[in-house]
Design a protein around this ligand. Structure first.
Ligand code: ADP
Ligand code: MG
Length: 692
């Protein structure tokens, strides 16, 4: 007999039901097996009434000792049930006369539900129940009852029956489902085979410890979790292998440009900057593209690392492109890099959305001819009419805002005579190590784990906006003593117009309250030239106080500013708060950050604010962020598919990751035939999506 593989191979499944199952992402028989229960009910035993515990679902059976309609705030029917160990209540808010009659004193009842503490002690609210006619006995379930994610049109019961049928076939080995993990591993890790795991999880025997299943710790679950994480890891290995199959210019370290650059700087690179630069140089000497992620906290000096790498590539006669996520940041890079590189005879290029008309044509021509050697820009660098003459290195700043797609499309753009550019991605949002290993397995990572000397710690306090006047006075004081301050207005990001309006109002309010201070305003709706002018006068200390929207989040560098007020910090994530705060503490003066929140704070906001007060370490903050928000949000737009995990949970199963990585490496080299099927099983379409 041919093995079953289609859903329609099951009895009772026609096109209609198959269509409905598709809503649950169940398209094949294998999908059905991997559609796992999200919880279980134990209807396999009767719990003595005296042993019932709050919040623990249970089956009870006993005699009805009375049923009363109560007229409290809401009318309800209270039914007392007794067995030889005690009495417990059932409570119904919705009931009809027939029901009331059925629940008569003296009848024997069996019910299933979750007891809670109520007015009459432990109560079952709206339990499922059956009245047992005299002498009859209802059988109990032989195993734990699975509860599946369901949807309109497909009931639990339907799903259970389908699974029962499918499991019968699995039992008899006549379905198309291959165990791809090597048997010796399973032995070594004491894990069940795929067949054992699936049979178990869809139908756990009644003596299974529910707690084990609920916490995802059962070996049958761990087996599948491991397999899913492996599949993800392998999909990233695959992307990486695809990239490394490309060719790139092998670039020798710069012999003079780098020295000239460093010679004109008033400081020398930190040990961490040197180490990371060395790692980059090792990569770009290879004849295939580098894909390296540099993580470095705000202010750790990522720009210098990028510049040192650029020296090698420029000196070898290739172009370098640096892309930033916002115009403000791109402009700042252009300014800094021009100041560093123009004196060395390097010609700069510039491309952003606002570069239009003749200027844009000129830019495009210079990029295409190679006259522009170091090109800075925004995502405008992606556009179709941008062609590089000889692009050797792409540097992407603040990667978390770029999707993996953009990153890959830029790489294609850079192809020239069969050579791909090297890629360096810099992010100030540190990714916790465990997560980085999984989410960025297609990249090599470097960490700048040291700040340049001379930074002073920032004191962070949280103050309710009822004490706004005090905070304004504090700004007054600080500025009177010669410091400069930021006042950041935040609103939900979707509405830039409102955000700018809020900043304008605040600027007016502060100007009125502090008439002797020079107050400036910068927000996203101003023309770039206006923004730049305001930033320049703040930098030159022609302004004392800068009111801003979160546009100043990235890149702005004014060492004399030592006070930052962040309004409504509860609206921002930890990563963003950390970035914002990084604008102060850049000079020698002691710096302060005031989180001016609106009470009452939610639990999560309180947690976040506490983290900000506790620490200034980007990695610690990221770890906490992971705890609070979960990995999906932290990874942002990056479509690794890790947000789409089916059985694994990175927070719960993070301990498996190091092992997963080792195993993935072994599969990759020793069982290559398993790679593709594993990826297909767990990622299917998602994988294609991620590697576009
Ligand atoms: P980020 O990593 O946040 O992008 P930047 O590259 O903007 O940091 O650097 C922050 C500031 O530190 C800049 O003013 C930069 O010139 C300065 N800086 C960078 N490296 C060093 C160093 N080794 N010693 C002293 N200052 C440095
Ligand atoms: Mg930077």
């Amino acid at each position: 007999m041919a093995r079953l593989s289609q859903l329609t191979d099951l009895k009772g499944v026609g096109p209609k039901l198959a269509g409905q199952l598709e809503k649950l992402q169940i398209r094949t028989l294998a999908d059905l097996f991997f559609h796992l229960p999200f919880r279980y009910e134990d209807r396999s035993r009767v719990t003595p009434v005296g042993g019932v515990q709050p919040m623990r679902p249970a089956v009870i059976q006993g005699e009805i000792k009375g049923s009363t309609v109560l007229f409290g705030k809401r009318r309800s029917l209270l039914v007392k049930v007794q067995d030889h160990t005690g009495v417990v209540s059932l409570r119904f808010y919705h009931f009809n006369a027939a029901q009331k009659n059925q629940l008569r004193t003296g009848a024997t009842i069996r019910c299933y539900g979750e007891p809670r503490r109520g007015a009459s002690g432990l109560e079952f609210y709206h339990p499922e129940y059956r009245i047992l006619e005299d002498g009859t006995d209802l059988p109990l379930e032989p195993s734990l009852t699975p509860v599946y994610p369901a949807t309109d049109g497909i009931s639990q019961q339907r799903l259970r029956l389908l699974h029962e049928q499918a499991l019968q076939h699995l039992q008899h080995d006549d379905v198309d489902l291959v165990d791809m993990l090597p048997a010796q591993w399973l032995q070594q890790w004491r894990l069940p085979t795929l067949k054992e795991a699936l049979l178990f999880l869809h139908n756990p025997p009644r003596d299974t410890q529910l707690e084990l299943l609920e916490s995802g710790q059962h070996p049958a679950q761990r087996r599948l979790i491991l397999e899913e994480l492996l599949a993800h890891q392998l999909s990233l290995f695959k992307i990486r292998a695809q990239v490394q199959a490309d060719q790139a210019p092998a670039i020798r370290p710069s012999s003079s440009l780098r020295q000239q650059l460093l010679a004109q700087l008033p400081f020398s690179p930190t040990a961490a900057q040197q180490r990371v630069t060395q790692e980059i140089e090792n990569d770009i000497q290879q004849p295939y593209p580098m894909l390296r992620l540099v993580q470095g906290d705000v202010g750790s000096g990522k720009t210098l690392v990028a510049a040192m790498a650029a020296c090698d590539v420029l000196e070898a006669g290739f172009q370098v492109a640096l892309m930033a996520p916002t115009e403000i940041l791109a402009e700042q890079h252009l300014q800094n890099l021009s100041a560093w590189f123009e004196p060395l005879g390097i010609r700069m290029g510039w491309l952003a959305g606002k570069v239009k008309g003749k200027a844009r044509e000129q830019s495009l021509a210079d990029i295409a001819s190679g006259a522009a050697q170091l090109v800075v820009g925004t995502h405008a660098l992606f556009q179709d009419d941008v062609h590089f003459a000889r692009l050797g290195l792409i540097i992407i700043d603040e990667q978390h805002r770029f999707g993996v797609h953009q990153r890959l499309s830029l790489r294609e753009k850079g192809e020239h005579q069969g050579l791909q550019p090297h890629q360096l991605i810099m992010t100030a949002t540190p990714i916790p190590r465990t997560l980085a290993m999984s989410a960025y397995a297609d990249l090599d990572t470097s960490v700048i784990d040291e700040l340049p000397p001379g930074r002073s710690p920032i004191t962070t306090v949280a103050i309710s906006d009822q004490r706004r006047a005090e905070v304004i006075e504090r700004v007054n004081q600080a500025c009177a003593e010669g410091a400069q301050a930021y006042w950041v207005c935040t609103l939900i990001e979707e509405s830039e117009a409102l955000q700018c309006q809020a900043a304008e109002n605040t600027a007016q309010e502060l100007t009125a309250a502090l008439p002797h201070l020079r107050v400036g305003l910068v927000h996203g709706r101003m023309k770039a030239a206006e923004k730049a002018a305001v930033m320049a006068s703040f930098k030159a200390h022609e302004l004392d106080l800068l009111v801003a929207t979160t546009v100043i989040e990235v890149g702005v560098d004014v060492p004399n500013s030592s006070l930052m007020i962040i309004e409504n910090p509860e609206r921002l994530g930890l990563a963003q708060l950390h970035q914002l705060r990084g604008r102060v503490g850049r000079g020698a003066a002691k710096s302060h950050c005031v989180l001016l929140y609106k009470a009452p704070l939610s639990f999560v906001s309180k947690q976040r604010i506490q983290v900000m007060r506790d620490s200034q370490d980007g990695f610690y903050i990221a770890e906490q962020d992971l705890q609070i928000r979960g990995p999906g949000e932290l990874l942002g737009t990056r479509q690794t598919g890790l947000q789409m995990l089916r059985v694994a949970d990175l927070q719960r199963d993070g301990d498996l990751l190091p092992q997963v990585r080792d195993m993935a490496q072994q599969i990759w080299s020793q069982h290559p035939q398993a790679v593709e099927p594993l990826i297909q099983r767990w990622l299917g379409d998602a994988e294609r999506f991620a590697s576009v």
